[in-house]
Ligand binder design. Structure first.
Ligand SMILES: [Zn+2]
Ligand SMILES: [Zn+2]
Length: 160
């Protein structure tokens, strides 16, 4: 994972006048072990299982700090719930409506531009609006849920 100028998380936090506190160290340690997408609650429960005495509100608070420092990325899961990602490099998420599974998809490009940049520039020049960074996570059905759906006797409603 690319971090600006090879800085460590500690250096990035210090640069912003933030402490590399125990909760931040524990949370970043968890994220550095694996590429994962977790909610604050899931992270809280996992850390608790490991014997870390962090409250849920401490986990929330520090995820927010780490997000603002660019060390974790927040995005919306299948029900709009906030999820956190250790991979802050450019990528899209494929999110399964059936089971909530999330797959990282490498960033797509159009006309040699990242798709997000292309969309933003195009929308701004067409409308005169100032556009925020577009969210290009895609909802769909993972292969397992497609198979489950094909195997089902009754056709399922396609409502979200
Ligand atoms: Zn699925
Ligand atoms: Zn991701």
């Amino acid at each position: 994972m690319e971090r600006g100028k090879g800085q460590t998380p500690r250096e990035i936090l210090h640069e912003r006048g933030l402490r590399y506190s125990r909760p931040r160290e524990v949370i970043l340690g968890y994220f550095s072990e694996r590429d994962t997408h977790v909610s604050a609650e899931e992270l809280y429960l996992e850390l608790k299982r490991r014997g870390e005495a962090l409250s849920l509100s401490t986990v929330y608070l520090n995820l927010g700090v780490l997000k603002n420092a660019g060390l974790v990325r927040e995005f919306a899961g299948v029900s709009g719930e906030a999820l956190y990602d250790s991979n802050v490099g450019p990528h899209h998420h494929l999110i399964c409506k059936g089971c909530g599974a999330i797959l990282d998809l490498p960033e797509l490009t159009v006309a040699h531009l990242p798709l997000k940049t292309f969309l933003k520039q195009r929308a701004e020049s067409d409308s005169g609006w100032q556009i925020d960074e577009p969210n290009l996570d895609l909802l769909g059905l993972c292969p397992a849920c497609q198979r489950a759906q094909e195997g089902a006797c009754e056709p399922r409603q396609a409502t979200p």
